[in-house]
Design a binder for this molecule. Structure first.
Ligand code: GDP
Length: 456
């Protein structure tokens, strides 16, 4: 049980105005809040009762529903009181301040979920899925987060961990009987089991990387010369007129961001200001920001007006080409093919062989191929059955675990050193346990839960 049992409170509904707003209070006991706040006696478990919410002078702050969840049958596993009042920022804030004046303290971001984890209501991957479900921007991402929250990912980790522990026990037993150690280790079982583990981790890694894509999505920057059709492409991909399209060069002066959904893959599209030399300080600032976005994006769509022959000959300006980080995530989009009778041809220069896709941002021709290309570039294989969300830290833990298993195979094949094999297995087990939080450092928990919002 969590030892940190001071009573915490927060507004758990989003800021702003709505029909209902909720303040949650939770800790070792909620007893001290009942008489002064609700003006009555005990609350029956899980029964909504209509009560006044009283201030220090016994006057109503609001009236609403009070709900009591006795421990351990609550989200956090602790005694919990929920006050459902009217969802206005002032009334909610007054209610929270009142609860604090009686003896609660404002909850830190993610503290409810952290307590749920510390009290064993959720494992760490599930607690992360709570945040991912709330943040989900596509239906598939939300479904995937719900699966992780239900424990689908954690069960896969636990199954792997169990096989690993069994093998570890076998190897440790061999070490304990040194005269038989070599027989134990060279009878083929250990090596077979290690290979099987490595295969299982590889399979889970594939699904986990899809899960990370669902959680994180992909950032795509649309860049190119003014008037190439960048804003038109953004509108086409977004499915509605998001950006102002004009034939006056330099209309996009700031960065426009749009969230789109590519068969479940969340994609942030960034339309960057027309990149050209300019003396206008506003435009210069837009261009500076554009470059920053380009540097950070996962994919760059470099849009070219293919109706201008000269542009086709050297689709990317040499002076810009050198600024692409790595250059391997650039796709050349030959736009305005509707204006050309013949199919656009592209001549490649130098060592840069960027994939090229011909489209019309006006008629939509070729845009579906571009969508498929983006999914492929991200490595997203599409919404398969049972997709679950995951995070980058899960991916790297699985990679470390697999590396340890592979090292164990080498130790076994080399000098059949039981102790080294056992040590690698221990390391792999630790990695798997960090995913679900069976073993975790305070630092890791701090990083994870502090990224939650207040009230989660
Ligand atoms: P940006 O400056 O790169 O954002 O370019 P815009 O999207 O504002 O487009 C510049 C001009 O080109 C506008 O007049 C658009 O209507 C036109 N345009 C953009 N894409 C196409 C296309 O595929 N075909 C044709 N014919 N015109 C286009």
């Amino acid at each position: 049980m969590n030892n940190d049992t001071d009573t915490i409170a927060a507004i758990i509904t989003p800021p702003g105005r709505g029909g209902v707003g909720i303040v949650r209070v939770c800790g070792k006991t909620i007893e001290p809040f009942i008489a002064p706040l609700l003006g009555g006696t005990k609350l029956a478990p899980r029964m909504a009762v209509y009560r006044p919410f009283l201030d220090g002078n016994g006057e109503d702050i609001d009236r609403g529903l009070a709900l009591y969840f006795p421990a351990p049958g609550s989200y956090t596993g602790e005694e919990t009181l929920e006050l459902h009042g009217h969802g206005g920022p002032v009334v909610m804030d007054r209610l929270l301040q009142r609860v604090i004046s009686i003896g609660a303290r404002q909850a830190r971001p993610g503290e409810f979920s952290e307590r749920a984890f510390l009290n064993g209501k959720l494992d760490l991957a599930q607690a992360e899925a709570v945040a991912d479900l709330i943040e989900a921007t596509t239906e598939q991402a939300a479904q995937g987060a719900a699966r992780t929250l239900r424990g689908q990912f954690s069960r896969r980790i636990d199954t792997l961990r169990e096989s690993l522990v069994q093998l570890r026990v076998y190897v440790e037993a061999a070490i304990d009987f040194p005269e038989e150690e070599i027989d134990f280790l060279s009878d083929g079982k250990v090596e077979r089991d290690l290979h099987a583990l490595s295969r299982q981790i590889t399979e889970l890694l594939q699904q986990t990387s899809q899960g990370v894509l669902l959680t994180e999505g992909m950032a795509v920057a649309i860049a190119g010369k003014p008037n190439a059709g960048k804003s038109s492409l953004l509108n086409m991909l977004a499915g509605y007129d998001r950006a102002i399209v004009t034939d006056v060069p330099g209309t996009t002066r700031d960065i426009l961001m749009e969230q789109i959904n590519l068969d479940g893959l969340p994609v942030r599209i960034i339309d960057t200001a027309g990149l050209r030399d300019s003396l206008d300080p506003v435009e210069q600032e837009g261009i500076r920001r554009a470059w920053q976005q380009i540097t950070e994006a996962d994919q760059i769509l470099w849009v070219v007006d293919s109706s201008i022959g000269a542009e086709l000959a050297a689709p990317i300006w040499p002076e810009y080409q050198q600024r692409f980080p790595g250059g391997n995530n650039v796709t050349v989009v030959l736009n305005k093919i509707d204006l050309r009778a013949d199919q656009p041809k592209i001549e490649r220069h130098g060592s840069q062989h960027h994939p090229t896709i011909a489209i019309s941002a006006q008629t939509g021709e070729g845009v579906n191929s571009l969508r498929d290309h983006l999914k492929m570039a991200a490595g997203f294989t599409g919404a398969s059955e049972g997709l679950f969300t995951a995070r980058r830290r899960h991916l790297s833990a699985l990679e470390y675990a697999r590396a340890s298993i592979e090292l164990a195979v080498r130790h076994l094949q080399g000098v059949a050193a039981g102790e080294l094999v056992a040590e690698e297995l221990r390391q792999a087990q630790n990695q798997l346990e960090e995913i679900t939080g069976m073993t975790s450092s305070d630092d890791l928990l701090g990083v994870i839960f502090s990224s939650f919002c207040i009230g989660k």
